[in-house]
Design a protein around this ligand. Structure first.
Ligand SMILES: Cc1ncc(COP(=O)(O)O)c(C=O)c1O
Length: 416
């Protein structure tokens, strides 16, 4: 018997589940997914999954652990100390926690880290954004959202029933025109965009938010830990801490955990747990996860060298790719190469993976269908030699993958 199988004797096994037919309405959706995602592919797998897994020699540019701390001994130890403690903790919703619970202490520490009054720890960045929007918006609220803002905030708009007014990416003038047309509301942006790695014009957007008395929410998933004084984020770096209502974030990026955060005022933190459905109707993080996160804040705060190395690595790869003719919009550790058509990105993925370089493919619904891309996420543990090798590979494959003919390349420097 396979070691991973549960030890249930055959005569005790109930009939196998999962074999019922689906009604037509679901069948149709599955067939559609098959046509879109599986059938056009050479390997019969979705575009995001290549033919091979990275081996020990591979250069893997897929992780969001930007400061390379997921196996930091202080974080591991903090988790283990709790796991080895025999006392069992209740598994329950966060509404039942008292003020001196480790969860609330972590919230205080996160608030201090970002320079805010308070914060609310959530099960994920997704839950943070959806829960926040459910609480603060309703059908009557105009919501202004940058077109590239993360899907979780779009989902939050849906859940709240509000009407989205989407403005052109990083275009404050367009935002202002929409606010003049539809009135006071909520503005949603990411500080650092997770697909192409560019940065929002925070000062201009937050100035507009304050002038029109709108609520501002900045998703700092990809800049908390990596940017700003002691990693406190781009809002802090831009001197906007006292001008923004909410910072949200996934703690599954530089914080390398499994959680999300809403950074906010004391007043809001008091009410949120009793208003947000993901807080009321979904259980809280486990004690060892909270202990790990509390240790992580300390590692991140003391991580200036890691941040410096990350910045150097990112600049080295961005400049190198740009010099090779690739159209790189990135201003950060997230660096995307836009193959555009899915067939072109498939070719690119295969060319890279054959040479032992692994990035992450982004395709619909993460990008428009004709703007699929290969995303490289860098971290501070990467050495220059590895990045130099990536550049050599990217140089070698330009003709093979048709880079000169991509729309993204032509947008950069049209070839006559
Ligand atoms: C900008 C942004 N916000 C929110 C999320 C959701 O975070 P989580 O993975 O913790 O649910 C992500 C994750 O991809 C993200 O990139």
């Amino acid at each position: 018997m396979d070691n991973n199988q549960l030890n249930i004797h055959d005569n005790q096994r109930p009939p196998c589940g999962g074999k019922l037919d689906f009604p037509e309405f679901l069948e149709k959706k599955l067939i559609e997914c098959d046509k879109e995602i599986f059938q056009p592919r050479k390997n019969g797998k979705p575009l995001v999954v290549g033919d091979r897994s990275p081996g020990p020699e591979a250069i893997v540019l897929q992780s969001n652990d930007y400061l390379n701390i997921s196996s930091h001994p202080d974080i591991r130890k903090a988790q283990l100390d709790i796991l080895q403690n025999k006392q069992s903790e209740p598994v329950m919703s966060a509404v039942f926690f008292h003020e001196d619970s480790p969860n609330h202490l972590f919230e205080q520490e996160m608030a201090q880290f970002a320079g805010f009054e308070n914060s609310i720890v959530c099960q994920s960045g997704w839950a943070a954004n959806v829960g926040l929007m459910q609480v603060i918006a309703d059908r009557t609220t105009p919501v202004y959202i940058d077109f590239f803002t993360h899907m979780s905030l779009w989902e939050g708009i849906k859940v709240s029933g509000a009407t989205p007014h989407s403005f052109r990416h990083n275009d404050p003038e367009h935002l202002e025109r929409l606010i003049r047309e539809h009135g006071q509301g909520i503005i949603l942006i990411d500080s650092l965009y997770s697909t192409i790695g560019d940065i929002a014009p925070l000062v201009d957007i937050i100035e507009i938010a304050n002038r029109y008395e709108c609520i501002s929410i900045v998703d700092e998933s990809h800049s908390l830990g990596t940017h700003g004084p002691h990693g406190s984020g781009l809002v802090a770096e831009s001197g906007l801490t006292d001008k923004v209502h909410f910072i949200t974030g996934s703690l599954a990026k530089a914080f390398a955990g499994r959680a999300g955060i809403i950074i906010c005022s004391n007043r809001f933190a008091k009410y949120y747990p009793y208003m947000a459905f993901p807080a009321i109707f979904s259980s809280a993080l486990l004690p060892h996860e909270i202990a790990g996160l509390r240790a992580t804040i300390k590692v991140i705060t003391e991580g200036d060298q890691r941040r410096e190395k990350l910045r150097e690595n990112a600049k080295f790869l961005r400049d190198g790719l740009d010099g090779l003719g690739y159209n790189i919009a990135s201003q950060s550790q997230i660096i995307a190469i836009e193959g555009g058509l899915e067939s072109d990105t498939e070719l690119l993925r295969d060319a890279l993976e054959t040479r032992n370089v692994f990035g992450s493919v982004f395709m619909t619904p993460a990008t428009p269908k004709t703007r699929s891309l290969m995303r490289f996420s860098l971290h501070s543990g990467l050495e220059k030699e590895a990045l130099q090798y990536v550049l050599e590979v990217c140089e070698e494959i330009r003709d093979e993958v048709g880079m000169w003919n991509w729309k993204s390349t032509k947008r950069k420097s049209p070839r006559s």
